[in-house]
Design a protein around this ligand. Structure first.
Ligand SMILES: [Cu+2]
Length: 259
């Protein structure tokens, strides 16, 4: 249901979607039952000429059961939802599956720096490749990320991966994801981090192995035109559907020119 609105491109995206669906169905079902009953009662016992309203104190068991039993049902459903959540949480946030590759993600007011581990798969070695606002990964590889912030709280969010993690200054937060579909997806800051928060958008491109190596070579040579540059219109014309973003008078351009 959710992938109808936004692509589902990581190994755990379906788990998150299923949770949302379970919650939506449970709440949706009770929403219609309660409002259906409410509307029925409103009509059934509407004001009628010659009929006096009855005063119901709601103290007898036969009356209180109408609030108690639904209350028990709500608690039972809550427990079921929390239990499902815990399973998914443990799988995604508490467990680090073995990694194929490694990246470092650094948020700052107001851009992202990404450090790709390079062919050796280790960070802080001479083959590391750093980029700004443009992250490149290989499809079907499990990535561990080290998430850091240089100033305030940010949030590393890739909606297509159903991934979201706060970056906290002074801490390195470890997490993982495994992209399952090639393509370029939005990556954004999802934590209010100042008045330039809105321009803190970036892109993550999921490549096939060959494509990834070619792109990395281009980045090293300085010939790669990043998705971010294309968007900003600094090197080529941007696609017409985002041409508004490139007009020189937008707020983001003014902000970008100041900082
Ligand atoms: Cu932000």
């Amino acid at each position: 249901m959710i992938e109808f609105f936004i692509e589902n491109a990581s190994s755990f995206a379906s788990d998150i979607d299923n949770l949302f669906e379970v919650v939506t169905w449970i709440i949706g079902f009770w929403f219609f039952v309660t409002f259906g009953t409410f509307v029925y009662l409103l009509i059934r016992f509407r004001r009628k000429k010659g009929v006096k309203a009855q005063y119901v104190a709601g103290e007898k068991h036969s009356e209180t059961k109408w609030t108690h039993y639904p209350h028990y049902a709500v608690i039972a459903f809550d427990v079921a939802i929390i239990a499902l959540n815990i399973f998914v949480w443990v799988d995604i946030k508490q467990t680090l599956p073995p990694r194929d590759n490694m990246i470092r993600v650094i948020g700052q007011q107001w851009s992202w720096t990404f450090v790709h581990a390079g062919p050796d798969g280790e960070l802080d070695t001479s083959d590391d490749i750093a980029t700004a606002n443009d992250l490149h990964v290989k499809v079907d590889n499990t990535y561990h990320f080290e998430l850091q912030s240089r100033d305030v709280l940010h949030n590393f969010s890739v909606p297509a991966f159903r991934l979201r993690q706060d970056a906290v200054p002074g801490r390195t937060i470890n997490g993982w994801f495994k992209p399952t579909k090639t393509g370029t997806y939005d990556l954004q800051c999802a934590e209010m981090c100042g008045y330039g928060h809105g321009i803190m958008g970036a892109a993550i491109t999921v490549h096939t192995e060959a494509n990834f190596n070619e792109t990395m070579d281009q980045i090293k040579k300085g010939t790669y035109e990043s998705h971010y540059q294309k968007r900003r219109g600094t090197k080529t014309e941007a696609p017409s559907k985002i041409s508004k973003e490139n007009s020189k008078s937008t707020f983001t351009d003014v902000l970008a020119s100041i900082f």
